[in-house]
Each structure stands twice: as C-alpha cells, then as structure tokens.
Design a protein around this ligand. Sequence first.
Ligand SMILES: [Fe+2]
Length: 405
Amino acid sequence: MDTYSFEDFVGDTDVFFTQYFDRRPLLRRGALAGRLAGLPSVRQLDDVLALETVPPSYLRVTKGGKGVPSGAYTRTVARGAALAEALNPEKVYELFRSGGTVTWNSLHHVLPSARRLREPFADAFATEAEVVVFATPARTDGFSPHHDSIDVFVVQVDGTKTWRVWDTPEHRRGDEGSYTPEELGEPALEVTLEPGDVLYVPHGTPHAAGAKSELSLHLSVGVEPRRWRHLLQDTVAALVEDDDFHAFPHLADGAEAAVAALTAKVELLRDRLARLDAADEVKRLLDTGRSRHGAGRTREFARLAAIDTLGPGTLIRRTVTPVEFGSTADGKTGLQVAGHRLNVPDAVADALRGLDGERTVTAAEFFPGVPEARSVGVARGLARLGVLEAVGAARGAAGTADGGH
Ligand SMILES: [Fe+2]
C-alpha cells in the first residue's frame, strides 16, 4: 500500500512554503501519477455507502447547483429501541446517475485510505486536515466560481475535471464567497486535471470546476493552518494553566484592589513569557497541533466498525479522551465529553473513574448491577463517543471486536 509524504503533493517543501503557500495556486502535473492505488477510489466509495454505521450527514448531493434534501437518499432504520436515519445506497446511485454530484465530507472518519492521505498534511501544518471526496457524473457543471475559507489541495483520482483558477487576491475575506463570471474576468489558470495531478488553491482564491465527458472523482484535502493569534493564545493558555491563575477575582468597577491584582497577574505572565524557551515552545506547539482532535493517526474506520461488534465478552478500556465529571444528583452524574453533556447513572461514572491506566473490563461487567444487555449498550454508547475502546475478547464470545490494531 502506497504511503504519501507532503513532498509527494507539493514538491520541494522549502519552495512550496516560500513561494506558493498562502500566496498563489500551484499546479503539479502527474505528481502522483501511477501512485493512486493507496488513495480513496470509486470502489471504496461503494463500500462506504454499504456501511450502515455511516451517518447521512457525511454525504451531500447537489444537482443543478442546488443541494438535494437528505430525505431523498436516506431511509429510517431501527437501532435498538430507537429509530435512526441511514443512507439508502440505491437512492444515492439514482441521484448520481441522473446528474447529481456526490460529496463525501470528512471521509477520513470512515475510510482508512482517506485517513492515510490526511496524515502528511496534518503533520506538515500541525493542525487538522479534512478529506472531502467529490464524485461528479459525466457532462455536469461541478461548482460555479467561489472561494473557500481554507487552503485546498486537490488530487484528481479518476476521470478528468476542468478547473479555472483566478489569482489569489491581495486582500482576502476570511469567509466563503461566490462570484459572477463578469466580476472575475480571465482566469489565471485553466486546466483539465488528469489522474495523478495535484492542484493547490490558497484560501480566498476564486476557482470553478466542472467534469468533462466522463465520471470524475477528485479528493480535496482542506487545511486551515493556525494563525499567529491562535498559536500565541495556545502559548498563553499553557502558561496560565496552574494554581497561580486559578482563583476567581472580583473585578469591581473602579476598585483599586482589582486593578492592583490584575497588574500583579500581568507581571507574573510577562515574567513567564520572558522566560519562555522559544525552541521548546515551537516543539510543543507542533506536538499539540499534531495531536489535536482528528489530526493524529487513529483508526476511525476500524473503531466505528469494532463498536458494532462489541459484545458482552469484549474487553474494553478507557481511551485518552478526557472526561469531565460534573455534579451528582438523584443517582446520576453529569459528564462532559468532547462537547457532549450527558447524565449517566453513578455506577457508570464510578466504573469510568475506576478504569484508569491499562485496566480492562468486559462490556457485560462494565455497568455493575444491571442486565448484561444494558451494560453492553451503555459501553457501546460510550465507545461511540470515544471514551471507551475495545481491546479484544475475554472469552470465546462470537462477534467480539478485534480492537487495538
Ligand atoms: Fe472550492
């Protein structure tokens, strides 16, 4: 299986970062010619479409320049006692055959090849990268002139697609925007991308694309590098992360005590900034950026697939995903996980607290004092949130997950 380095896409990285990055588009003909086998393919999209754990929000269909409501390609399925929306592959194919463009967002969540594709970008920019796949049927207009708020690296995988790209404007708006042809004039670049070609489009750069006579599949890796303000916010946040900055001040209007207290804290912070080792801090910022949510090497496809087969005998353990334990009332404890708030029975909160280090427990025994099926259900729910993971089978139960690798 091919693996890719950042150089494979942009060529010499010094040249890229000094001459093109954040300045102007870059076309690299044949950069990945003959090396497409490791990238997401039409065939893998068929596989993903058949995978019922993929929520419909990953997919978008546009037709005639307009979004198709998701109800046109989903169906309702039973998930335990609850009902959920799932993709209806036949409907998706039907829309595609009749001229709809199918877009897969965050394909790296569900497809290992998309995850691998993302790694060199997450590494080079020390931040998240998003892999989106566009499948366009023959003879359709893909997207009319617009600009995106993020930097985009386009890789043509199948078929051909014609791109028009205008110069990157001197002053760019941060948001997204669209244009009429009159506003833009002649494009700086008009090119038909063929399989293996790579095109870099900096954020805020107007571009338009349309498929030629055959089906086109292209990948787009979107990156939003962190600006100075984001990096320095991170630096300051790390410097105030201790007891010296933990107390609640009372900032009353005109109170001299508050002014004096703030002055003292600013001095303390100034002192810490003055003593900052810049070389160490660059390394820390790179490390934290690379391990930010979604930037690291995780096995999301295997993880999602493993959760569905998580059975009573599956051994589970805590992941590194942080859990904040809140207050307890009426036998329930509040938890906060990756932006989700939930209330769980105290016994579940205790079980989570108890699972420290490498300790494991079977899914059936995770939630003590309730029927096995309920314990497994709770464990699956927490696994989907990324709090628990399967590490293998404890006993010969069929269908247990092969987690971990
Ligand atoms: Fe775009």
